[in-house]
Design a protein around this ligand. Sequence first.
Ligand code: AMP
Length: 143
Amino acid sequence: MTVAAILATKGNAVLTVDQGSSLKEIISILAEKRIGAVIVKKGDGSVCGIISERDIVQEMHEKGSSALSSTVSDCMTSNVISCTRSSTINEVMEIMTSNRFRHMPVIEKGKLEGIISIGDVVKEKIKQAERDAEDMRNYIAAS
Ligand code: AMP
């Protein structure tokens, strides 16, 4: 099972922001869209970072309420680890677990093609387990 299968269900929409946006703006986006992270893009459209709710908590812990006027570039992660449409769900799960993060952009030849969260991966794993159990029940019933 690959990332492409998840994208086929959830779609390719990815919310992106500019690195000069304030944390106040990012908090509104995360709250209104009910998401945990957004991808940061440069003016030329290339991905230059990711900012998640965890980065915002850390910035607020360090700077208090003045963190609201910090910019995305002050606290985003620049070294973004991405996957491709052909990455398997097990590969993505392994990378997320070992790096302790819950979001991965899907980038194909430099182009942002979607985003996968740990929730998408778990949902797909549950569907897969249910399909396996159903196949096993059918196999037993037929034998
Ligand atoms: P998350 O678990 O996604 O809320 O992110 C936890 C931390 O990992 C935050 O500092 C994020 O900026 C960072 N992070 C999230 N996703 C990625 C990724 N795909 N590549 C690199 N860092 C990430």
